[in-house]
Design a protein around this ligand. Structure first.
Ligand code: PMP
Length: 315
């Protein structure tokens, strides 16, 4: 691990996360990033790129639409670099992620409910004002580029000697992780199969369904621009996981592996296991543990004996 001995910035601690082999699946521990999720990478990458290209200048305001983690990540980067940050997000998602953005000094603007569509329109409109920068994670190719050049390369370096990735499975929020990491893996194995994981209640990629679910951060209410542009890479490869199963697996991971992650991490591992059963020829399956369980304390962990069998109440 390459941590700088002395640094003045938490941003230097982004990346170089461990990769674990969990029950035969390779899982990259992105929840260990500063700000608590995989999104620290794109926030850092996009901000520095925008600075270099002159799109972001001292005194500017960053405004982004998010289901939460990207807001936390940009709020952290903005705090370090002295920008004002406005996080635009729907109501009805984990309250911790609202509080975390505020802790980093961001203003949080609520727009819409559960799905990110309205927040996206609002952030885009605000971003057109002078002195504002709108990263536009759902459409920005820098999102894909970061995942290909940084996260994707790290994953390739961490696979055991002689192992070539056969499959990568990930939910689609922006699609940046699935597509960007997918491109990196495809460069070493042209036959690698890429699978979009979707909540079984809301299979937007597979059949245009949009519904409530509990795997926050994915299936945000629309097919994002990044996924639309690159969907040929994935084809019709989707795996669905029910919210209840994702949450039960999230709880199991903490209790049996000491991995306290969010629902998408549970869903990713279940999806990877489904793939292994359906396609035994896939020997090396890679996925990601995206964010920390602490971001969902109120939703899932405050009762003494949570009963995973009970249907989950929606907000
Ligand atoms: N899981 C979690 C917890 C997330 O926050 C996100 C991103 N919102 C994703 C998965 C999906 O990642 P991407 O945006 O790269 O598709």
């Amino acid at each position: 691990m390459r941590y700088p001995i002395l640094s003045s910035s938490i941003l230097d601690a982004i990346g170089d996360t461990p990769m674990l082999e969990i029950d035969g699946i390779f899982a990259k521990c992105e929840f260990l990033n500063p700000s608590g999720s995989i999104k620290a990478r794109i926030a850092h990458y996009i901000v520095e790129r925008a600075e270099r290209e002159g799109l972001l200048k001292p005194g500017d305001t960053i405004v982004e639409a998010t289901s939460g983690n990207t807001g936390n990540a940009f709020a952290m980067v903005a705090a370090v670099k002295g920008y004002r940050m406005i996080v635009v997000m729907p109501e009805g998602l984990s309250t911790e992620r609202v509080a975390i953005s505020r802790a980093y000094g961001a203003d949080v603007l609520f727009c819409g409910n559960f799905h990110v569509n309205e927040a996206l329109e609002r952030a885009r409109a605000l971003g057109r004002q002078p002195g504002f920068f709108f990263p536009g994670q759902f459409e920005n190719e820098w999102n894909v580029e970061e995942n290909r050049e940084w996260l994707g390369q790290e994953i390739l370096r961490q696979l055991p000697e002689g192992r070539v990735p056969d499959a990568f499975v990930h939910g689609v929020g922006t699609g940046g992780t699935l597509i960007g990491v997918g491109e990196a893996l495809r460069a070493v194995n042209p036959n690698v199969r890429l699978f979009a994981m979707e909540p079984s209640e809301s299979r937007t990629i597979l059949c245009g369904e949009v519904a409530l679910h509990r795997i926050e951060g994915i299936s945000d209410g629309f097919v994002p621009g990044i996924f639309q542009r690159h969907r040929d890479l994935v084809g019709r490869n989707t795996v669905s996981v029910a919210s209840e199963d994702a949450v039960a697996e999230m709880r199991r991971l903490a209790r049996t592996h000491g991995l306290f992650c969010g629902p998408s991490s549970g869903a990713h591992l279940l999806a990877a296991r489904q793939l292994r059963e359906r396609f035994p020829e896939l020997e090396t399956i890679v996925t990601i543990l995206d964010d920390k369980g602490e971001k969902y304390l109120h939703d899932f962990f405050m009762r003494a004996a949570p009963n995973a069998e009970k249907p989950l109440p929606f907000h």
